[in-house]
Design a protein around this ligand. Structure first.
Ligand SMILES: NC(=O)C1=CN([C@@H]2O[C@H](COP(=O)(O)OP(=O)(O)OC[C@H]3O[C@@H](n4cnc5c(N)ncnc54)[C@H](OP(=O)(O)O)[C@@H]3O)[C@@H](O)[C@H]2O)C=CC1
Ligand SMILES: O=C(O)[C@@H]1CCC=N1
Length: 281
């Protein structure tokens, strides 16, 4: 965090993911004065300004001009246009540019920014950054210095864990596991609460039991040195209730369901890259 504290950050695009990172950074005590954000919609910026006290502008260029680190946080389909808008400034100012867009490769970013020799990082964060429990994967191009890597690492570590991957293509895997992953667990919580209602619990009791169980299990898994499979076994009494439930999950092919779902997300990330490459031609 100390490294990042000295750098000004510009978030280009202030939607869900930028909000989560900014909120997490503010909660961790990063000075509001060091954070800038741009978005076309002024009302979104007014809310951000009010909640977090950061600098906001509708102009991407104005915000980018202020910062040493740019976080490109627009939808993949908008990123080309945004990069082209920022390309001259990027070449003149040479900030560290971190893209969080799913599917957009470093090569595409370089093309769109008009230079392949800019320091670029692909980062795949997730929304639990908002509560300091994010998980990010990072990959840097050869132009990124060790000091810049440390800044990116410090930035993302301020809002959770941050891990480097060895090949750029593995960012697609990170997207399928942790980028999209919070939604998988939210779905599990929804489904467990619905099952509770089906068993006669009130919606509120079912919701609270489902959420607290998810929180408790996640905390035990993260805070314990014991393997998760062993934690599961400790809940599963021989001939007891959990055993029946786990048998039901296994019979329904839950492990394969996870493999297929992650593969679907990874494939979509690769498809996005292809679609964006085709659109650039
Ligand atoms: N949401 C998530 O959990 C994760 C998202 N990501 C990646 O983060 C990126 C953003 O996703 P997310 O936050 O969900 O999307 P959002 O749509 O919530 O945020 C994108 C923001 O960019 C704004 N925007 C649109 N055009 C421009 C422009 N020309 N210049 C500046 N800002 C613009 C949008 O404004 P408006 O709404 O007014 O158009 C919107 O507020 C994506 O590339 C996604 O792949 C990565 C990891 C996780
Ligand atoms: O759904 C998406 O495409 C983005 C990327 C990872 C999470 N949300």
């Amino acid at each position: 965090m100390a490294q990042v504290l000295q750098k000004r950050l510009a978030f280009i695009g202030a939607g869900n993911m930028a909000n989560a990172i900014i909120g997490g950074l503010r909660q961790q005590g990063l000075a509001a004065d060091l954070i800038y954000a741009s978005n076309p919609e002024a009302s979104i910026l007014a809310e951000l300004q009010q909640t977090y006290g950061i600098h906001t502008q509708t102009s991407n260029l104005e915000v980018a001009r202020q910062a040493e680190i740019w976080v490109l946080a627009v939808k993949p389909q908008i990123l080309r246009q945004v990069c082209q808008e920022l390309s001259a400034l990027a070449r003149q100012q040479r900030p560290l540019i971190i893209s969080i867009a799913a599917g957009v490769t470093l090569e595409m970013l370089g093309d769109w920014l008009g230079a392949q020799d800019l320091p670029l990082i692909r980062c795949m964060p997730n929304t639990p950054a908002l509560v300091g429990a994010g998980a990010s994967g990072l990959y840097a191009n050869a132009q990124v210095t060790e000091e810049e890597k440390a800044s990116a690492q410090a930035l993302m570590q301020a809002v959770g864990i941050s891990l480097w991957v060895e090949e750029e293509a593995l960012i697609d895997a990170v997207t399928g596991i942790s980028g999209s992953g919070p939604a998988y667990f939210f779905l599990a919580m929804e489904a467990l609460a619905a099952a509770g209602e089906a068993q006669g619990l009130t919606p509120e009791v079912a919701r609270q039991l489902s959420l607290q169980t998810a929180l408790g299990a996640a905390r035990m898994a993260c805070e314990n040195t014991v393997d998760v499979a062993e934690l599961r076994r400790r809940v599963t009494s021989p001939k007891g209730t959990t055993e029946r439930a786990i048998q039901s999950f296994e019979a329904a092919g839950l492990r394969q369901i996870y493999q297929d779902a992650v593969q679907a997300a990874v494939t979509r990330s690769q498809e996005l890259a292809q679609e964006l490459a085709n659109a650039s031609k």
